[in-house]
Design a protein around this ligand. Structure first.
Ligand code: IMP
Ligand code: MG
Length: 179
């Protein structure tokens, strides 16, 4: 694998496509076992989780549903805090087994703002799945229930993740090259 350039930055190979796909297949096997008979509702968060969700879904073989959502952030009126509103969540979540899919858990800000909204709707259960996790970057404590890779606190792209809008299409994960 070659290093790649996006905008003004260079990235080096970090996780290969086959490594990623194998880890996702293993994760699917766990979910198939844990959610048998529960008709889980998968909730991938766009844009980043689209490729992870597609790869995972190929290997989910139990009855289930999926609903992609996008978190739109609006500036709060009274404070500088942003409010995240889920767009596209058109299902009744009460008594459902929810599985939120994220590309990466970084600071935890996104999920810590959004998960209370899901909890309010009284699901039967709520679990968090992230393809990647940067433990050193976490500020907001989020209980990660399933994770494929723990990675160091360096910027990565590919497999759905972008740098300024580009790189999502790359089928492997690349890490920002050190100067
Ligand atoms: P958090 O709210 O800080 O946990 O970050 C969540 C979002 O930030 C992820 O869903 C990604 O879209 C983005 N993000 C965090 N780290 C990276 C990275 O290394 N590369 C690309 N996107 C990232
Ligand atoms: Mg994202």
């Amino acid at each position: 694998m070659q290093k790649i350039r996006i905008h003004n930055k260079e990235f080096i190979p970090y996780l290969s496509q086959s490594e990623i796909e194998l880890a996702i297949k293993r994760l699917a096997e766990k979910l198939n076992a844990d959610y048998e008979g529960k008709m889980p509702l998968f909730i991938p968060i766009l844009n980043g989780a689209f490729m992870f969700a597609a790869e995972l879904f190929k290997h989910i073989n139990i009855p289930c549903e999926i609903c992609f959502i996008k978190l739109a952030s609006y500036a709060g009126t009274a404070s500088s805090d942003n409010i995240n509103v889920a767009i596209g969540l058109d299902k009744n979540l009460k008594d459902r087994h929810l599985i939120v899919l994220e590309d990466i858990l970084d600071t935890g800000k996104t999920l810590s703002a959004f998960l209370p909204d899901l909890e309010k709707q009284q699901p039967a259960s709520l679990k968090i799945v992230a393809l990647l996790h940067k433990p050193e970057a976490t500020i907001h404590e989020i209980k990660l229930d399933y994770n494929c890779f723990k990675i160091p606190n360096r910027f990565v792209i590919g497999f759905g993740l972008d740098y300024n809008g580009q790189g999502r299409n790359i089928p492997a994960i690349y890490q920002l090259k050190e100067d």
